[in-house]
Design a protein around this ligand. Structure first.
Ligand code: PLP
Length: 454
């Protein structure tokens, strides 16, 4: 089986995830569907609590709900006793519906609307993480109108390079955060405004960060800035928010190079030692906020798909001469169900669920059902090909591992394909439905034909 992950087991050739037989589950559920594990979600959160909280007791974890904001999922997260980071009015609403207290919520975002700011201030979130000087100017009058003081934590671009996917790098220039040369002004303005209270400094270096070095640099830069802005603005901050970004190993084995961000070998302990160590050495009075998303969600879910078609096609050279042959498998999920596979060419390992004890030694191209030629999954080891057992064919279930984060969130109805549903294995091993699959009525629910007179 192409994984050493102990949460996957094989019995009679069938793949099990947290004790749930995927072939058996799929007998009663239409594919594609996501399958989550409550136990693994709790396990991941406990790991973060131990690594960070064990080292630095003033740690407060704010789960980055953009990774998965399903309400069942958020309820489990809340039940584990941690807090939540939201990135829009919609996520704020979902967090409140899942029972988080306003004091457990930090509100992020690079283009907050006036209404979103008003909702966050009104409800009394722990802090608004402010992305620009302009936004500070937008929050102050809202706070005055609402008659509340808004706790703010400017997000500073600490200018640290990372080796992650360029689309996931967020503190090395680019659109996120306030330029560090403007940090003193941001805190000064916040301190001078009676409607604002500067309570912390926020940074987020990016996602899937496979080395502790960017954190070491980011924390050093941020702690310098804390000294600088406290002196300039005459304030004392309460917390430093170090963001998220802790990487998940989507592929096994040692990384092929520094930018091989799918093969991370950095443990939570190593991230925690770097981040907590920096704070403990210089400012042990500050609370440490962290905002993990992927490291909470990714390994909690799999995507179960089915092979719907197969074919062989000859490959040709520039002159049209046949030079080889490719076997194709087409499954019922593409970038409508898992957008990450095309927008970031994200790699998720795959296993044929009913052939988990057969050698995965035959190369296939693996494609989604959409009309686009680009709806083709990246191959294993940077090739075009996925390895499956030779007999894999129509009807087989293909399971994508580590698919719990940034997947359900990004589904869409492209090609009028209903968005997938989701099930979860509970702590006691029951199977529950946590998101219903869309119907064809859902596909039409938002289209209005009343303006058509023909
Ligand atoms: C501000 C902020 N915090 C936290 C996160 C979560 O990052 P990750 O899922 O890599 O932990 C993100 C993700 O983009 C983010 O933008």
């Amino acid at each position: 089986m192409p994984t050493n992950d102990p949460w996957f087991t094989v019995r009679d050739g069938h793949l099990y995830f947290d004790g749930a037989g995927i072939v058996e589950v799929a007998e009663g559920v239409e594919t594609p569907f996501y399958l989550f594990s409550e136990r693994r979600l709790r396990h991941n959160i406990a790991g973060l609590q131990e690594a960070f909280g064990g080292r630095y007791p003033r740690t407060e974890i704010f789960y980055a709900s953009k990774a998965c904001s399903n309400l069942w999922f958020l309820n489990v997260v809340r039940d584990c006793g941690i807090n939540i980071e939201v990135n829009s009015g919609g996520e704020l609403d979902k967090a409140l519906r899942a029972g988080f207290e306003p004091r457990q919520i930090v509100f992020n975002g690079v283009a907050k609307t006036r209404d979103e700011i008003a909702a966050a201030v009104n409800v009394g979130v722990r802090a608004l993480l402010v992305d620009s000087l302009h936004e500070l100017g937008r929050i102050a009058p809202v706070a005055a109108e609402v008659g509340r003081t808004a706790a703010v934590a400017p997000r500073i671009d600490v200018h640290v390079p990372t080796a992650t996917h360029p689309g996931l790098e967020t503190a090395h220039g680019g659109k996120a955060g306030i330029d560090r040369d403007d940090a003193a002004e941001a805190f000064g303005r916040a301190a001078a405004d009676p409607g604002l209270e500067p309570v912390g400094l926020h940074l987020h270096v990016g996602s899937q960060i496979t080395s502790v070095e960017p954190y070491r640099q980011a924390l050093a830069n941020a702690l310098d800035l804390v000294d600088e802005v406290e002196a300039a603005a005459g304030v004392r901050l309460q917390f430093l928010d170090a963001g998220g970004g802790f990487a998940v190993p989507f592929a096994e084995g040692p990384p092929a190079g520094a930018d091989d961000y799918f093969r991370s070998q950095v443990s939570l302990d190593e991230y925690a030692a770097t981040i907590c160590g920096a704070l403990a050495a210089r400012r042990p009075d500050l609370a440490l906020f962290i905002e993990p998303g992927r490291s909470v969600a990714a390994t909690t879910g799999v995507l179960v798909t089915r092979v719907e078609s197969e074919k062989s096609k000859r490959t040709r050279d520039g002159e049209g001469r046949v030079v080889g042959e490719e076997r194709w498998l087409t499954i019922d999920a593409g970038f409508n169900t898992m957008l990450e596979h095309t927008n970031y060419r994200w790699y998720f390992r795959t296993i044929a669920a009913a052939r988990a004890d057969e050698p995965a030694d035959t190369e296939f191209r693996l494609a989604g059902p959409l009309c686009d030629g680009g709806d083709v999954f990246a191959g294993d080891d940077d090739t075009l090909f996925r390895r499956f057992p030779a007999a894999t064919s129509v009807g087989d279930l293909v399971v994508f591992l580590d698919a719990g984060g940034y997947t359900l969130e990004m589904m869409n109805d492209y090609n009028a394909r209903p968005r997938a549903g989701a099930r979860a294995v509970t702590l006691v091993g029951d199977l529950v439905e946590v998101r219903r699959r869309e119907t064809s009525a859902d596909l039409c629910a938002f289209d209005l034909t009343s303006g058509f007179e023909g």
